[in-house]
Design a protein around this ligand. Structure first.
Ligand SMILES: NC(=O)c1ccc[n+]([C@@H]2O[C@H](COP(=O)([O-])OP(=O)(O)OC[C@H]3O[C@@H](n4cnc5c(N)ncnc54)[C@H](O)[C@@H]3O)[C@@H](O)[C@H]2O)c1
Length: 285
């Protein structure tokens, strides 16, 4: 059901690769809610992904960019303002990649060139976008910028590797630039910390199946999926959240506030072959 929450709004959506991508779902929802926008991803992603299909469906123009290149990003903002007929109201940064993860370099044996790449692609690109848009005055007053993060920025998660450091940096950039944008332009900058989600990036996380089962058992509301994440993004792009800024907003069914749940404990107890049904009656909370 659509509510016209983004009627008349213009935006840029970075990071839709295929129909599983969080950014893909955001584009679909933004379109349903009345927004017009451009889509951007790397030339490689454009070759191997399915972005043209999404562009067709949502009447969007695709502008290629490697998000680590200031020149490419400048072109995205310039072209977007041209195509959309003025400044934008929202920007989605839905970009992440670690070569250390891809090449199976563990955290105690990082390749530092790869680490620099991880930080550049997954976090510094957010600063590059924000700095460019600030200098170009490319975002309207009461506009909204959202980046996607993960709870490994605060709490150590086995196997998340150097992406944890990238997410910590991403969230810090949102706060630091959020202050400047709020003060100077009345524009809000937030990150959403999303549940583990089965996307291309998500499948790269070590033990994703077990992790998703664990977080689902730990979260009183269960894992949040990509579509639900998109819905949350839409609220942050809408005028209903105009005073929310500099926040890292957990969208994880309650996972980040849990220490241990009955459902997770039940599973854990199974490994001791205990009588879990009996436990259930006594220790559900
Ligand atoms: N899937 C999860 O479990 C999960 C959980 C929390 C946060 N996130 C974050 O959500 C965001 C979107 O990921 P997703 O899960 O939709 O996976 P995805 O693989 O669909 O999206 C990642 C995107 O990053 C793009 N990208 C990689 N390098 C780039 C570069 N140099 N320039 C521009 N774009 C580049 C890819 O082409 C891809 O479109 C990422 O920041 C990810 O870390 C994902």
């Amino acid at each position: 059901m659509a509510y016209n929450l983004l009627k008349g709004k213009k935006g840029i959506i970075f990071g839709a690769l295929d129909s599983k991508s969080i950014a893909w779902k955001v584009a679909e929802k933004a379109y349903e809610e009345g927004a017009i926008f451009t889509l951007s991803n790397t030339p490689t992603a454009l070759r191997f992904g399915e972005l043209d299909e999404l562009a067709k469906k949502t009447n969007a123009t695709v502008i290629p960019a490697d998000a680590t290149s200031v020149e490419d990003l400048k072109n995205v903002f310039e072209q977007s303002m041209k195509v959309l007929g003025g400044k934008v109201d929202f920007v989605l940064h839905s970009i992440g990649m670690s070569l250390n993860v891809r090449k199976k370099r563990v955290y105690s044996d990082l390749d530092y060139n790869f680490l620099n790449k991880t930080l550049d692609i997954s976090a510094i690109s957010f600063h590059k976008m924000l700095q460019l848009a600030f200098k170009m005055d490319a975002i309207n007053e009461w506009g909204s910028v959202v980046g996607l993060s993960y709870v490994a920025a605060q709490r150590t998660h086995y196997g998340y590797n150097d992406m944890a450091d990238a997410k910590a940096l991403l969230e810090s950039i949102a706060r630091s630039f959020g202050y400047i944008y709020g003060r100077e332009r009345k524009i809000r900058i937030n990150t959403i910390s999303q549940s583990p989600t089965m996307t291309t990036a998500g499948s790269g996380v070590k033990g994703i199946d077990g992790l998703m089962d664990f977080t689902n058992r730990m979260s009183p509301l269960g894992n949040a999926n990509a579509e639900e994440c998109a819905e949350y993004c839409i609220t942050l792009f809408s005028d209903l959240t105009r005073k929310v800024t500099m926040q890292n907003l957990f969208h994880d069914g309650g996972f980040s506030s849990m220490g241990m749940s009955w459902k997770a404990m039940e599973m854990y107890n199974k490994s001791f072959n205990c009588d879990c049904n009996q436990e259930k009656d006594n220790v559900m909370d």
